[in-house]
Design a protein around this ligand. Structure first.
Ligand SMILES: Cc1cc2nc3c(=O)[nH]c(=O)nc-3n(C[C@H](O)[C@H](O)[C@H](O)COP(=O)(O)OP(=O)(O)OC[C@H]3O[C@@H](n4cnc5c(N)ncnc54)[C@H](O)[C@@H]3O)c2cc1C
Length: 481
């Protein structure tokens, strides 16, 4: 056990910093070390919360009880076959390690998140999506198989053919059914390390959605930033970014653009100001008036960007915009339970416009306008605890301060109601709010009961649990028992 448990107690928080606890942290790097950790947890009856890169915003990777099982350092094996485009990786291999290994071979991951720091197992456990979600689905649709070690000590390979029920439940299952120890997935061929990108500035949410809808068949990626402070007719105005792959032969120097060096995000703005210091400046405007001005300026500059027409941008610069400013979250305050929560609302196509306008209006009236709004198009998928819908998602960032924390969480609970009434869902990776009644409404009692039965078969003593699990799933299964 000693080698797997590096330190006794550490502060473990969600990425948004607003939720966290001290916990004992275990860091297995092999199947033998993992087995030793699980046996210890079982013999001592210690609950375990699984953790990858710690990039889930809320409390899915934290625990007030027991220990954290951190799989991030189990990250050495990354096998890739350029002929098939199939990668086979350790659980702690990150999105960053993956793209850096495969891009020089002319491949790119089919699905990436807005940051490159999640682990592949953590990403699979939340079934992450990218800016092409309507086209290729969530990450689970690109996963071929994974190995899962249950709390009973059984290691099984899960795929669409072998243990399909576990395959569809553990992907998106928030680490509650077992530990993924290997992930095998498809990647996609690319002929260049760059994309064609263009911007479109919009004046309302209806225009934003109509324009994106009209580009669904032509675009490879679509994402809109929204100004959540804009009111009245301008509510939901924003700037859309559309990207498409270069055709074979279009890139005159593919060997250069496909290199990792070409993708590196510059460390300085205009060659002068270090980006690592930008969060300090953002801190001074990290309040409603400052963010109102920043959002309005960004919308105005969208006009200039639109006039530029199509331009070329590296895959990394387009995909990982949020990594562009290191530690930007610190602008929200780093101490005393300051930070941010992100709430990502998934709503079916027919209801999305009305619900999102209502949420934006409700936020503004309550003085909780989101500092950042991101709109994406999605499709439905076949995973058990899916958040996917044939519709849209709106991800909203809210500042958390100790004095307004409870009021904000109660307010977000109200937004949750609007989403659920419209047949929508919430995303567990961006959640700190939902309760068991919401889970029952989102997935239905039959699905939750099935998942609960799988949980009992995989983890009979119920030791795999995070703070989120105790808030949402534990009470739901008790109510359904
Ligand atoms: C800036 C930023 C941008 C983001 N953009 C997007 C985006 O565009 N799209 C999107 O979908 N998400 C996005 N996310 C969310 C992020 O992709 C997910 O939260 C992802 O799950 C994080 O992976 P992780 O390795 O950090 O896992 P963690 O956050 O540490 O854990 C996530 C879940 O995985 C479980 N888990 C971890 N390891 C294992 C394992 N080995 N076996 C089984 N379960 C395990 C944990 O128990 C937990 O429930 C973003 C996050 C940030 C911070």
């Amino acid at each position: 056990m000693k080698h797997a448990a590096q330190r006794s107690f550490e502060w473990c928080e969600g990425w948004g910093m607003a939720f966290g606890n001290y916990a004992r942290v275990l860091r297995p790097r092999s199947i033998d070390e993992l087995r030793a950790c699980l046996q210890w947890a079982q013999s001592e009856q210690v609950p375990l919360a699984l953790r990858g890169g710690g990039c889930s915003y809320g409390d899915a990777n934290t625990t007030a009880r027991g220990a954290v099982l951190d799989l991030a350092r189990w990250n050495e094996r990354l096998e890739f076959d350029p002929a098939t485009g199939i990668a086979d990786v350790d659980p702690g291999v990150t999105v960053r390690q993956l793209w850096q290994a495969i891009l020089p071979h002319g491949h790119w991951p089919r699905v990436v998140s807005g940051t490159m720091y999640p682990t592949m197992a953590g990403a699979a456990a939340m079934n992450i999506h990218g800016k092409n979600a309507w086209k290729v689905g969530p990450l689970g649709d690109s996963i071929l198989e994974f190995d899962l070690l249950s709390m009973r000590g059984e290691l099984v390979t899960c795929s669409r053919d072998a243990h399909p029920e576990l395959f569809h439940a553990a992907i998106g299952g928030a680490g509650l059914l077992g530990v993924m120890t290997r992930v095998r997935l498809k990647t996609k061929p690319v002929s260049s390390g760059e994309l064609w990108v263009r911007a479109k500035r919009t004046r309302s949410l209806a225009e934003t959605m109509q324009w994106m809808e009209s580009r669904l068949s032509a675009a490879d990626y679509l994402v809109a930033w929204l100004d959540c402070f804009a009111q009245g007719e301008a509510s939901g105005r924003g700037v859309i970014h559309e990207a498409r792959h270069l055709q074979a032969g279009e890139d005159a120097a593919p060997a250069r653009t496909l290199s990792v060096a070409h993708q590196e995000l510059p460390a300085r703005i205009a060659g002068l100001f270090p980006k690592s210091e930008v969060w300090r400046i953002l801190r001074w405007i990290n309040h409603a008036p400052g963010m109102r001005a920043l959002n309005a300026t960004k919308h105005l500059l969208g006009e200039v960007e639109e006039r530029q027409g199509w331009y070329r941008q590296s895959h990394a610069a387009f995909a990982f915009l949020l990594d562009y400013v290191p530690n930007w979250k610190w602008a929200y305050g780093r101490h005393n339970r300051h930070g941010l929560v992100q709430h990502q609302l998934f709503v079916p196509h027919a209801q999305a416009l009305e619900v999102f306008l209502a949420v934006l209006e409700r936020d503004r009236r309550a003085g909780h306008a989101s500092f950042l709004g991101v709109l994406k198009r999605h499709r439905a998928d076949a995973f058990r605890l899916t958040h996917g819908v044939d519709g849209w998602s709106l991800a909203l960032d809210y500042k958390v301060e100790p004095q307004s924390r409870n009021a904000l969480l109660a307010h977000l609970d109200g937004n949750t109601r609007l989403v659920l009434e419209a047949g929508g869902r919430l995303y567990l990776a961006k959640d700190a709010v939902i309760g068991m009644h919401d889970a029952r409404r989102m997935w239905g009692d039959a699905t939750l009961a099935d998942f609960g039965a799988l949980k009992r078969s995989q983890d009979p003593q119920g030791l795999l649990q995070s703070d989120q699990h105790r808030r949402v799933f534990g009470p739901a299964w008790e109510a359904l028992a």
